[in-house]
Design a protein around this ligand. Structure first.
Ligand code: PMP
Ligand code: GLU
Length: 397
């Protein structure tokens, strides 16, 4: 029997990836499974970005890259931060990584000592809690619910602060709730953290372009806090580039240097071709991104409209990202005669096996009363999936 390292016991498998794997396996067996579990745009990467990647190969971008990323890409990121987000990160404060996932773990491994606490508002993206634990930190959850649009209040966040608090991590637009913090709300959070100079703020803005309610706002724009804000972003969502694996941070210089040191021992610089593609994306037209966002907006309305017809789903109106996150607790305790639904995981399995639709339980997002649907798929599939789910749920009494 192989004895694995105990750190493996500290974390659980990514539930989003587990459900995506399960639905791929069922599809391979010939089952007509509609996969609404994985959060990834169903669109192709825009053509001008693909063209830049092809050109990169022909131009000989086939060598190791600098650990922190090509200088021209980091300059383009620095300009993008300034132009679009009002953020001041010069190129030497930017680190390009193999996806925003790596960017986040780099930062947490750079910041946390054993026992350091990280405040995470719930619902949160599945990997935050596990990455904190992997880094020997302790996640401290601040709970919010559907009635407050899943946004914690400043006093709720402040109440979670202890002398051990090292960081606060959140996403806006939020995966899984789609909630978007306004500039005023971010200002109030920043003002509160101004009083705690030893706490870092990790702002995950990977859904910035998928925002239906107005201009994206970054917490790092406020001068009095900006020296403590690490801004996470990446190409996966706004540019439909999930498979390219490219993310980046803007960070205080010391943290950027720490990430360089770590990454230099883990993966080295990110893929050369993906970096040339990212440069074209950041310097090119945002028109394809805006078109995709329009489609997501339309689908959000479609899904919300159809889900209104499902008894017992309590929903917020997501202002961004491409998920809906209904509270489904009214189904707990019900049965179709054969299966009893005790929790969100039971409901996901019931829906997978009885409706052939794959979704993700809210427990891994810190909200066990909910389930997550990604609506980043075609209108036809969404209509069919919700029809099947409604039918399956109507059998639960
Ligand atoms: N943050 C959030 C909130 C996400 O939903 C994702 C999606 N996987 C990531 C970070 C990581 O993105 P990627 O590694 O594909 O850049
Ligand atoms: N971020 C996406 C999701 O939440 C992709 C899967 C993952 O990396 O966890 O579904």
């Amino acid at each position: 029997m192989i004895e694995l390292a105990s750190r493996l016991n500290r974390i659980v498998e990514s539930n989003t990836l587990r459900m995506a794997k399960l639905s791929r396996e069922l599809q391979a067996q010939g089952k007509d499974v509609i996969n609404l579990s994985l959060g990834e745009p169903d669109f192709q990467t825009p053509q001008h970005i693909k063209d830049a990647a092809k050109k990169a190969i022909d131009d000989g971008f086939t060598f190791y890259t600098p650990v922190v990323g090509y200088l021209d890409l980091r300059q383009a990121i620095s300009e993008k931060f300034k132009r679009e987000n009002g953020l001041d990160y010069p190129a030497d404060q930017i680190v390009v990584s193999t996806g925003a996932k790596q960017s986040i773990i780099n930062v947490l491994l750079s910041l946390l000592n054993a026992g350091d606490e990280v405040i995470i508002p719930t619902p949160f993206w599945v990997s935050y809690s596990e990455m904190v634990k992997l880094s020997e930190g302790v996640p401290v959850y601040v709970h919010s619910n559907v009635t407050q649009d899943y946004k914690p209040t400043v006093s709720q966040i402040e109440a979670a602060i202890t002398p051990k608090t090292k960081a606060f991590i959140f996403s806006s637009p939020c995966n899984p709730t789609g909630s978007v913090f306004t500039k005023d709300e971010l200002y109030s959070i920043a003002k509160m953290f101004e009083k705690y100079p030893n706490i870092y703020i990790i702002s995950d803005e990977i859904y910035e372009h998928i925002n239906f309610i107005g201009k994206h706002e970054s917490i790092g724009q406020f001068d009095f806090i900006k020296d403590r804000v690490i801004t996470i972003n990446g190409m996966s969502k706004g540019f439909a580039m999930t498979g390219w694996r490219l993310g980046y941070i803007g960070a205080p210089k010391l943290i950027a240097q720490a990430c360089e040191k770590l990454q230099g021992q883990f993966t080295s610089g990110a893929n050369s071709i993906a970096q040339r593609a990212a440069l074209a994306a950041l310097q090119g037209s945002l028109e394809p991104t805006l078109e995709m966002t329009k489609a997501f907006h339309r689908r959000r309305d479609l899904v919300l409209g159809l889900m209104k017809e499902i008894e017992g789903f309590k929903l917020n109106i997501p202002g961004g990202a491409f998920y809906v996150f209904p509270d489904v607790s009214s189904y707990f305790g019900k049965s179709d005669g054969a299966t009893v639904i005790n929790n969100c995981e039971d409901l996901c399995m019931y829906i997978l096996h009885n409706a052939n639709v794959s979704i993700v339980g809210g427990d891994s997002f810190g909200a066990p009363e909910c389930v997550r649907f990604s609506y980043a798929t075609s209108d036809e599939k969404l209509v069919e999936a919700i029809k099947r789910i409604k039918e399956a749920l109507s059998k639960l009494k």
